[in-house]
Design a protein around this ligand. Sequence first.
Ligand code: ATP
Length: 280
Amino acid sequence: MTTLIAQDLNLKIDSKFILKNINLEVNSGQVMGVLGPNGAGKTSLLKMLSGQTDSQGCVSWQNKQLNTYAPQELAQQIAVVNQLNESVFSLNLQQIVRMGLLPHKSLLSRQTARDDQHIADAIARVGLAEKTYQTFNSLSGGEQQRGLIARALVQRAAFIVLDEPVNHLDIYYQHQVLSLLTSLAHQFNMTVAMSLHDLNLAANYCDQLCLLHDGKMVAQGTPSQVLQAERLEQVFRIPCQVKHHAAQQPNALRIDFSPSNSQPSTCATATWQTEWSPPT
Ligand SMILES: Nc1ncnc2c1ncn2[C@@H]1O[C@H](COP(=O)(O)OP(=O)(O)OP(=O)(O)O)[C@@H](O)[C@H]1O
């Protein structure tokens, strides 16, 4: 069943289109990856899909427009894990994860043993049980990222939106976190939308992909529909090969970018300063 529908989304700042005519649909139980080069509009799109930015256009979740949800009701439906900012938290990890319960509480409600169990389970699921009482500030970038994912789990929202969730994670936790998100979607019929820079992780873990370039939707569909060499070369401005491993898994893809083997794509316009000296 289609649960997320975005129609004709536009975002214009200072007369420049950041997003232009974006349309997409995501079914419940699916993981959608948002791909594209730096500045393509991934974060802006995720903010619109999760109601963090007012949309010029229409986003509806469960047949109801996002801008008609009350704030608490929206927070019960949608959990957001944004990119890490400089954190000002002096709270410990458990207290940060506990914030995920807020949408389900009234001002006077008490903490229950069941709440504590949910928090402990979520922290354990992201592999941070031994860091439960460490201050959030003192956690490593990857630990903070996993802590924020634990907070999203505690929120028990049916739609989780994550902006580059594996950015700070080592290879083990990249796979752990993406497997966890995929299994939440597939087993519990949740919907996940996330931006990713690693196209191979996107091919492995996402059911649907959309590829943005300069604020426009270049392609959307299954990984094998979207991840085509010629298109990726144009968008990412670097030579690329896409290999299909149908023998292992029907949709298994391997994307290799090989800048050293050939000349940069003719689309590449940037020139890089490779030497630098301090100003005198
Ligand atoms: N508030 C704003 N004012 C001006 N420009 C903005 C604003 N927000 C976003 N932009 C611009 O919109 C474009 C898209 O930004 P966005 O953060 O959505 O890209 P992105 O695809 O997530 O990039 P990255 O991969 O680097 O995180 C960028 O050129 C950015 O500078």
